[in-house]
Structure formats: structure tokens, C-alpha cells
Design a protein around this ligand. Structure first.
Ligand SMILES: [Zn+2]
Ligand SMILES: [Zn+2]
Length: 239
């Protein structure tokens, strides 16, 4: 079946996202827009995934756990996981590799951690939009070690896109590449499958599904299995 998805959405934990991107608001807005599988992918943290997963479960929409990780080259890599626990463990590992700049909410925005009722239960003090110490290769490897699958984000965007930062598509193995449809793409994708997502930081950006994937069912497991198949195909293709 063709399943409408949006696999790159930020919650209010990301300082650059609006404070009203709460678990209830964003999950319900995505559902209203017709999305059947969404991925919440905050910068370098998974701490709002438990609440988003609980909300998604309660309204019968699928949540694919993710994190948008920053490499030392300032490249954004989406890391998708089969379950929230793996994402949390990866987030914990990332936190130890983040730079030591503290968040200044008035400058960068709040980094709110909420529960499934949208109550604030804490905030992240370390600035989440700074680079980690990991290279693109090391990030992809650490993602795999935690059971995840790496997909470089908005590769054709000037800031934080892989192509601009590195100047080429590296040999690093990814499951797919995310392409910004609004921007020109000047290189071939070397056979990679493309993902198209909203990268929503505001509720108004959640107006329609960004892509339809051919899946056996509208579940996060089915979406993750497809990414894993794509990842495995790369190994065969590159032999
Ligand atoms: Zn990004
Ligand atoms: Zn993003």
C-alpha cells in the first residue's frame, strides 16, 4: 500500500522550533494533514520521543523514532531507530560528544522536554544545535552500532547539507538521502533512494504528507524495514 509519511519533524526540544510544537500539537497536526507515519527528529536529542510515541499510540498514528545528529563538519544526519529506547541510548551517546556551549534560551530558543500531556517536565541545558565531535563516517558508524540507520538530511541545502559541506557524496554507506525539493540538486544520487520531508519547525509547516512510500502496512516497523532493505542494497551494489 502507498503510505503517506513525513519523516523529519522537530518538536519544541529543538531550540529553532516553535514552543507550540508540543507532542500533542505536532502529532495531531500531522495526523490531520493525512500523515500515517511520522518521524520526530530533534537536533542531537531523543528526549521528547517517549511523549510523542505515547501521543501517536493514543491516536493510532505510527511514530518512527529519530534524531537529527550534527557531525563535526556541521552536516546533519537523520538517524532512524526501530524503537524509542535505541534512540534514547543514541541520544545519550551524542550528548557526551556535543560541544560544551550551554543554551541561552533568549538567543537560541527554548529546549523543552514535555510529557505526553504536554506538561513541561524539564529542559535541556546543553545547546543542541552545536556540532558533535564525530565525523560523517563516525556518526554513521555510531548510528549503526545503536541499531539505527543513517540518512543525510537536506543534502542539497547550503547550510548543514552534506554536498555543500563536503563538496561530494562520500562513500559512507547510508540507507537513503534526504533531498530538499525546493532547492536545485546539482549532482547524481549514485543510486540512492530519496526521502522528501517537511523538516517542520512550526505547526503551519505540517500541511500535507511529503512523500508516499510503498509499504506492506502503515507501521513504523514497515518503514524501518524498508530503510534497512535500502541500506542492505547499498552493500550489494558496492561490492
Ligand atoms: Zn537539518
Ligand atoms: Zn531538521
Amino acid at each position: 500500500m502507498l503510505v503517506p509519511v513525513d519523516l523529519h519533524i522537530h518538536s519544541c526540544l529543538s531550540p529553532c522550533a516553535d514552543d507550540d510544537m508540543t507532542p500533542n500539537n505536532l502529532v495531531n497536526m500531522a495526523a490531520l494533514a493525512g500523515v500515517k507515519i511520522l518521524a520526530v527528529t530533534d537536533h542531537n536529542s531523543a528526549l521528547n520521543l517517549p511523549a510523542c510515541k505515547a501521543v501517536a499510540d493514543s491516536i493510532g498514528i505510527a511514530l518512527l523514532p529519530g534524531i537529527e545528529a550534527t557531525t563535526r563538519e556541521e552536516v546533519h544526519i537523520l538517524c532512524y531507530f526501530p524503537a524509542v529506547d535505541e534512540a534514547l541510548a543514541f541520544g545519550e551517546a551524542l550528548r557526551g560528544r556535543l560541544g560544551d556551549v550551554e543554551n541561552a534560551p533568549r538567543l537560541f530558543g527554548n529546549q523543552l522536554i514535555l510529557d505526553e500531556y504536554d506538561n513541561a517536565v524539564g529542559s535541556e541545558d546543553r545547546l543542541l544545535i552545536q556540532a558533535t565531535s564525530l565525523s560523517v563516517d563516525a556518526m554513521a558508524a555510531m548510528c549503526r552500532e545503536h541499531g539505527g540507520l543513517p540518512v543525510p538530511a537536506h543534502i542539497n541545502r547550503g547550510s548543514n547539507g552534506l554536498l555543500n559541506a563536503l563538496g561530494f557524496l562520500p562513500k559512507t554507506r547510508f540507507a537513503a538521502v534526504e533531498v530538499s525539493r525546493a532547492l536545485p540538486l546539482s549532482v547524481g544520487l549514485d543510486g540512492y533512494h530519496e526521502l522528501h520531508s517537511s523538516d517542520a519547525h512550526r505547526l503551519e509547516a505540517l500541511t500535507e504528507p511529503t512523500q508516499h512510500l510503498e509499504l506492506v502496512e502503515a507501521t513504523a516497523a514497515a518503514a524501518f524495514d524498508m530503510l534497512r532493505r535500502w541500506y542492505d542494497e547499498r552493500a550489494i551494489a558496492n561490492k
